[in-house]
Design a protein. Sequence first.
Length: 582
Amino acid sequence: MNMAVAASAAQDTARAKPGNVEKLRLGDVLVQQRLISQEQLLQALAIQAKTGKKLGRLLIETGIITEELLANGLARQLRIPFVNLKIYPFQADIVKRLPESSARRFRAIALEDKGDSLLVAMSDPLDLFAYDELTRLLKRKLSIACAPEAQLTLALDRLYRRTEEISGLARALEKEVGDAVDFGELSASVGAEGAPVVRLLQSLFEDAAQVNASDIHIEPQESGLQIRVRVDGILQTQTQADKRIGAALAQRIKLMANLDISEKRLPQDGRFSVRLRDQTIDVRLSTLPSTYGESVVMRLLSLDGGLRQLDRIGMPEVMLKRFRELLGRSSGLILVTGPTGSGKTTTLYAALNEINATALKIITVEDPVEYRLPSITQVQVNEKIELTFAKVLRSALRQDPDVILVGEMRDPETAEIGLRAAITGHLVLSTLHTRDAISTPFRLLDMGVPPYMVATSLQAVLAQRLVRLICDSCTEPHAPTPQETAWLSSMVGTGEPLVPRRGLGCTACNGTGYLGRQGVYEMLEMDTTLTQAASRSDPAAFLQAARERMNGQTLSYHALYLVRQGKTTVAEAMRVGYDTDD
């Protein structure tokens, strides 16, 4: 029963077990507590008479009251505590006293052992059946607290993370596989929906999607099989299992990607899609033979999330305006640089989405194609059949394109063809692995591209990184460490007051203090001075002029701006600074 149903039930009766309750209707209670006005109550009652919906749900849907205030009002009526689960300091040993299946079924979380009773938060404290079942399961006298339904659901997802389910399925698979894997029997049986290996993989994917993980790592070790997920750029251990199940998991995943299941001596790459409830996830698979078995890494990409808009990726307004003007040009090369996993592809697709129009012919050359875009010709590179970037790019130029996206300039041939295309009247977008914007032209020269081509075709370089954002639910002021103080002083001096923040760690952020990531950017536009220095291959003159242009507009300063805004920590800003500074 959800929060609105629980609240509506309070109008009709008072039940004694969870607490002593006066026979007051919910609407009257909320008005008495000044949570809503008499006029708002009458409006909601009028709508209720027409629709038949529960009063509590109507109050939430119409925006008259929030779910938190409604739960608070219900807690006061029942004379029980109200608990804000966003910031509650959960104790893992107490929480695990209640099995995950029961916690989800009865929408309840064990919070605290008070000696004479066990404090349990419920979204519906009037559910007597749930109360009786929880008492039987926990074998303790219960003290009930009230928590908002949405907070409780989020807490269940964060606290349990399907660990119990995944570990149980892993144990079941251990019994089924035994000491040796029979490839014939396994290949014939994995198609069955009830097979433990299938259910284990489904649970892994569901957990990864639930926490917005970007990768799943299945790693055989000497002591066992380690399964980890990467969330906001940081790896988190999901579970440890018997290493014997690693071969079964790797084989099932290979079958899903149509790879050779008999080949375990060589690395293999593939891809497949999985459907999880209301979303489709594209999976890029990489296997690597290791000492204790095949290491499997799966990159996850939601196909239902939609493309990011340029104005929603965190680019500063002034830079965004200039970047859009550059995208409006008919020719030239725009490079987006940064290490692997810095969000370059997201930025490029947002740029394509910005300029995508029926009047333009847009061709992309990618490995792999990560997003499907309407009205755009997208080509997948395939090295196995010698369909290389350079070969596809040559053919693409004969397709009368206006805009070309090259997934990555990996070799001198691809770079030179891309720059020639930029000179001959095409807008070319691509990526390059460099540390910052200033070093990018020299990387092109190092690849063997003639200086005059770099000078005449390169329009701008956009360098970027991703920083983790502080969790809004547990943010608090933070006194910087001596190392952080020294870095701040070097960036802003000692006169400017700056109060950094950090995340304390809560259920919303899985105890990390961070939730989500945002890009930090710097952009170097090529002007006459820079063009002349590049054409002469004069690094000293180029660096001096480029640093003057970039003064106060580097990646480090953008990260510092986010620190000032209270969006990220000094530690995250320092990571960007140390990664890019000499």
